[in-house]
Design a protein around this ligand. Structure first.
Ligand SMILES: C[S@@+](CC[C@H](N)C(=O)[O-])C[C@H]1O[C@@H](n2cnc3c(N)ncnc32)[C@H](O)[C@@H]1O
Length: 221
């Protein structure tokens, strides 16, 4: 997968790569890009999952679920609650829906073609939202954070996994495509974003791994 990433960059296809990371499309996007995300983001995903403190009765939402690896794990942990997924890529939704069809059939999982800015969910219906590696693409972070606050129950948690602006600047497919990777934050800026939107507190967890440093912001409503 690292070979594929380097090949695309060498071929001058970093714009195509950035577009596929923002909204995977077609066979290449939903198969290869999804797998690449899984490998590169496993540590970040584990840190976010541990911060989410999932209970079997929880109502969980994952936004920007990629190829659905974390949704699959949530389906194991949530037994009498419910899991929702929202993503803007219809091709990824189709692929994940086929793989997790049993959970959809027994109504523990619901997938929505929707962006972070307009979630088809009721006010105060979700215990925990997880969203990893999506904040860079949010169309209007200040308003989007408020949309997340809307669907969270009182005391609900928002778990955001991300790489900082400092780390992102090491990736040429990011720096050459700032119109796609629009939002670059320090940990303090993510904290400010959530507090300004109305979250009552924000905690940051950081883990330095082999591939990159993972940061998770946990905002409490
Ligand atoms: C870089 S991938 C991250 C996938 C996975 N969460 C991970 O960390 O490996 C970004 C994902 O977010 C989705 N996405 C991008 N912009 C979004 C938005 N505005 N609202 C919801 N999902 C979005 C993409 O379709 C894709 O599935």
């Amino acid at each position: 997968m690292k070979f594929l990433l380097n090949l695309l960059i060498k071929l001058g296809l970093s714009g195509y790569l950035a577009q596929q990371l923002q909204q995977p499309k077609g066979f290449f996007g939903s198969r290869f890009i999804g797998k690449m995300m899984n490998r590169g983001n496993a540590e970040l995903e584990q840190l976010a999952l541990s911060c989410a403190q999932v209970l079997p009765s929880h109502h969980m939402l994952e936004i920007g679920f990629g190829n659905g690896q974390l949704l699959q794990e949530l389906c194991k942990q949530v037994q009498n609650g419910k899991i929702y997924g929202a993503d803007i890529s219809q091709d990824l939704i189709n692929q994940v829906a086929a793989r997790l069809k049993t959970h959809i059939a027994n109504q523990t999982l619901e997938l929505h073609h929707a962006g972070v800015n307009q979630l088809p969910l009721k006010n105060e219906s979700i215990d925990t939202i997880i969203t990893n590696n999506t904040i860079y693409f949010w169309p209007n972070p200040a308003a989007d954070a408020k949309e997340l606050l809307r669907v969270l129950k009182p005391n609900g948690k928002l778990v955001i996994g991300f790489r900082t602006a400092n780390d992102m600047k090491n990736y040429p497919f990011v720096t050459e495509n700032l119109h796609i990777f629009r939002n670059h934050y320090t940990v303090n800026q993510v904290t400010d974003l959530l507090l300004t939107a109305g979250f009552t507190s924000v905690e940051i967890k950081t883990k330095t791994g082999d591939l990159a440093t993972s940061h998770v912001a946990v905002g409490t409503k």
